[in-house]
Design a protein. Structure first.
Length: 606
């Protein structure tokens, strides 16, 4: 009982120390000048507008690119925004809700890192790893300089995923499999980019765990010709639970990743990877990994970045000492420390110019978008390595060594905190220059920043403004997306807008012949459909094709002769329906397995 209280006490202490990291979030105002600060407020704003229309899983963001619309949440992990929406529905305004998600992510990361490191090396190591993770310079940078909300939340999932899959190998049981799957699904739904970067690391970690477990059960000295088949069977037996966990994770998150993978090619990818997002301008120079510089600017070509990409001198020293001590002394779980040292070294390498050939040759490496984003892997790896410094000795060596004491853990934790404390600052302002959060402010932000102006591949010329933006700035509602200026004179085409929402518009049309078309101020993307309805009953008569016109790639629909109602609507594509079905089936399977497990436990207890 005392041991449990002590362990929980260290977790509470780690959480208590992490409260200092929340300090800038508790100030009035918001760090509007941070890189993505406005983006995530307006992502939440867009998500909420769709939810208010009854759309529970929005995929189309109607106000991107001055109101032309963009399938943002079809290709961008929505979980951080969903958590923000929950806070907003509970009464928080948009800005406060975003700040609450940041705070939750910091505290959750402290908990998950503590839990995983404690599982490997004990509570003192868990405490040190947790503090090192909370105060990793890149972690602070993600919150207060970059304001990268999904990436910050994904940092809370990384230790949880490692922990869950470790349990699936070390103690294979249904609970561990479901834990691993749910954690991986959470990571995928939070940031598909981080999930893609992290999955190779997870695969290598699982391979090492499975191989170690199999060789422990069947050591090489006992191998023979006859042992090959049992060894293969043992590998499958040990590797089965984590593989099942991975499948559960993919199934739970299929509602997002399946359409994202299939339909990302229909957006302008140059807006994600070219121009100012060209990775060649964002390599980190080795001296920057340990330099104490801190700034609130951006990454630029060359070594004169206006932002810090340091790994942290204190965690780096602690990690180095941990490696040296582990190599000299027999400490528990030293193999894990070696693995995370390799991950840290590999991540640092991928950040530098020396890795440029890999960036050119291997497209998976480019999932990171920026070389310095591999700090997302370096930070948890280095924090775990630092925590391993307080790993207890192996049982066979316990008499020769004393387990690191609580005082050492507290001292090192405070040392880590003090090393990063000067960076706990944010450029807080009361109100952004475009005004309070609103559609008008969103239009102004898009105009002066050239952000949130994503387009689809049918768009050859990205708009710089729109009639919808004019209405928003004037404080007037947008009641139609029909381009009435494109209606030809002479009465050959009559159009009257009846109703509209973010994903549909219904208009009455009269066409004197079959050559007339209605043009909308809306980008085309798979899922948009046009239907001709009966004028009186609104029964669907036929579906008509959509084509694009002009350099903006606006949707146009040719209507048949006569009087009809034209319905333009955004719907699920087959791959989106497949993703939904797969996720629903996985949720059902998980619930059934959980219920069966509970019934078996109750039956056994009797």
């Amino acid at each position: 009982m005392c041991r449990r209280v002590c362990v929980d006490g260290l977790l509470l202490l780690a959480l208590g120390l992490s409260l200092f990291a929340l300090g800038p979030l508790l100030q009035p105002g918001y760090f509007w000048g941070a890189h993505d600060a406005r983006h995530h407020v307006y992502f939440l704003f867009e998500w909420d507008r769709s939810v208010q229309e009854g759309i529970l899983w929005p995929r189309w963001s109607p106000d991107f690119c001055f109101g032309y619309g963009y399938p943002f949440f079809n290709i961008y992990g929505p979980l951080a925004t969903m958590v923000g929406e929950a806070f907003h529905l509970l009464g928080a305004d948009y800005v406060t809700a975003v700040k609450m998600v940041f705070a939750l992510a910091i505290l959750a990361g402290a908990c998950t890192m503590y839990g995983f490191a404690r599982r490997l090396w004990g509570p003192r190591a868990g405490f040190l790893a947790s503090v090192a993770y909370t105060y990793a310079p890149y972690h602070i940078l993600d919150v207060y300089v970059r304001a990268a909300l999904p990436e910050t939340l994904s940092l809370a999932f990384l230790p949880l995923v490692l922990w869950g899959f470790y349990e699936a190998v070390a103690r294979p049981r249904l609970g561990a499999v479901l834990w691993a799957g749910a954690a991986y699904a959470g990571l995928m739904l939070t940031s598909n980019a981080i999930a893609l970067m992290f999955t190779p690391v997870l695969a290598l970690y699982l391979a090492a765990l499975v191989l170690h477990r199999a060789l422990r059960d069947q050591p090489p000295r006992a191998w023979s010709r006859e042992s090959a088949l049992p060894l293969a069977g043992n590998l499958l037996h040990v590797g089965g639970p984590p593989l099942l966990g991975l499948l559960v994770g993919l199934g739970l998150s299929a509602i997002f990743w399946l359409p994202a993978a299939a339909e990302f090619r229909y957006v302008r990818t140059d807006q994600w990877y070219a121009g100012r997002y060209d990775y060649r301008d964002d390599f980190v120079y080795p001296f920057q990994l340990l330099g104490p510089y801190w700034g609130f600017g951006t990454s630029v070509a060359g070594p004169d970045d206006e932002v810090s990409f340091q790994m942290g001198a204190v965690p780096a020293v602690l990690g180095t000492v941990a490696l040296a001590a582990g190599a000299r002394q027999r400490r528990r779980g030293f193999g894990h420390a070696l693995f995370f040292a390799a991950v840290a070294a590999g991540s640092a390498f991928l950040m530098t110019w020396a890795s440029a050939p890999l960036w050119e040759a291997l497209s998976p490496v480019r999932f990171a978008q920026f070389p310095w984003r591999y700090q997302t892997l370096l930070a948890p790896a280095l924090s775990l390595l630092a925590g391993s410094l307080l790993a207890p000795p192996e049982p066979a060596n316990a008499l020769a060594q004393r387990e690191p004491g609580l005082a050492a853990a507290l001292f090192l934790g405070l040392l880590v905190l003090l090393g990063s404390y000067p960076y706990l600052q944010a450029q807080v302002v009361d109100e952004p220059k475009e005004g309070p959060v609103s559609l008008a402010a969103l239009m102004r932000f898009q105009q002066w920043s050239d952000e949130m102006t994503g387009a689809t591949i049918w768009t050859k010329e990205i708009p710089r403004w729109s009639p919808m933006a004019d209405l928003h700035v004037a404080g007037q509602p947008v009641t139609t997306l029909v381009d009435y200026a494109a209606i030809p004179p002479g009465g050959v085409l009559g159009v009257h807008s009846l109703e509209m929402s973010s994903i549909h518009e219904k208009v009455w049309v009269y066409a004197a012949d079959d050559r007339q078309e209605v043009i909308f101020y809306r980008f085309y993307y798979p899922g948009w459909h046009a239907y001709i309805l009966d004028e009186h009953t609104e029964e669907v008569l036929t579906e008509v094709p959509i084509h694009t016109v002009g350099p903006e790639g606006r949707m146009a629909v040719r209507v048949p002769q006569g009087r009809h109602i034209l319905l333009l609507r955004f719907e699920d594509t087959p791959v989106r329906r497949a993703g939904k079905a797969l996720s629903a089936a996985t949720v059902l399977a998980v619930l059934l397995l959980g219920a069966a497990r509970l019934l078996l436990r109750r039956g056994g207890a009797r």
